[in-house]
Design a protein around this ligand. Structure first.
Ligand SMILES: Cc1cc2nc3c(=O)[nH]c(=O)nc-3n(C[C@H](O)[C@H](O)[C@H](O)COP(=O)(O)O)c2cc1C
Length: 215
């Protein structure tokens, strides 16, 4: 059996938001999928039993999903994936909004709020079948990050960001994102926005650099 065959499956990357005893928690997951497509779709989430998020979903019966964008700061994945909400206030480290008592990540592509309908205990994971109770898109369109892209091009940067975070005891400052004020295009090119030539144009609507803003 060649298990690398499974690397060809496609997954996204998501941040879950939950309520904790002290405030807010959550973690990064890739094992999330839509399993029915009716008016109120059902999602399936495989959650590790020793994660605090697992216990909080069981306690509260609900969670939010923020769909990570390709432009996400690798620190966000590290913040939610490399430490536990048992002893860290992860949401204090990232821009977020609390909607009806649950947190969502600013700058994500889209969001859902989910209510657990059924659970199935496996040996290491709990599978939560959850109904989508609310869903909304981000005001600015962004492209979702896939788990494969994260593995290929972001994983090392996430580890580096986490090392800096632990060494400095501070949130690492990443380069700001730049957005076109005319069409909403978010610059995600290989060089910093500032070093683009003066005559560079927005690839979507053709306006100049002066029409871009930091966010
Ligand atoms: C890229 C990535 C993908 C992950 N996917 C899952 C997943 O699908 N399910 C899960 O339960 N944990 C997953 N994790 C692990 C949790 O995010 C991690 O154990 C986290 O620290 C748990 O935090 P918590 O104790 O606050 O819940 C993933 C982590 C990373 C970095």
């Amino acid at each position: 059996m060649d298990l690398t065959a499974l690397f060809n499956f496609s997954y996204g990357l998501y941040v879950l938001g939950v309520k904790t005893e002290k405030g807010l928690g959550g973690c990064v997951v890739d094992a999330l999928a839509q399993v029915t497509g009716d008016e109120a779709p059902l999602l399936m989430l495989a959650s590790m039993k020793n994660n605090h998020t697992n216990a909080r979903i069981k306690a509260e019966g609900e969670f939010t999903v923020s769909v990570l964008a390709q432009t996400v700061d690798p620190f966000v994945v590290a913040n939610f994936g490399f430490q536990s909400s048992r002893d860290t206030d992860k949401w204090a480290n990232v821009p977020h909004t609390v909607k009806d008592g649950l947190p969502v990540l600013d700058g994500a592509c889209a969001y859902t709020r989910c209510k657990v309908e059924e659970t199935r205990e496996l040996s290491t994971h709990t599978v939560f079948f959850s109904r989508v109770a609310d869903a909304w898109n981000a005001p600015v369109k962004a492209t979702p990050l896939t788990f494969g892209e994260y593995q290929k091009s972001m994983k090392t940067a996430a580890y580096e960001a986490f090392k800096r975070f632990k060494a400095q005891g501070a949130i690492p400052q990443s380069a700001p994102n730049w957005r076109c004020t005319v069409c909403g295009h978010v610059y995600d090119g290989p060089v910093p926005f500032e070093s683009l030539p003066a005559d560079w144009k927005c690839p979507l609507c053709g306006v100049g650099k002066d029409k871009f803003e930091k966010f």
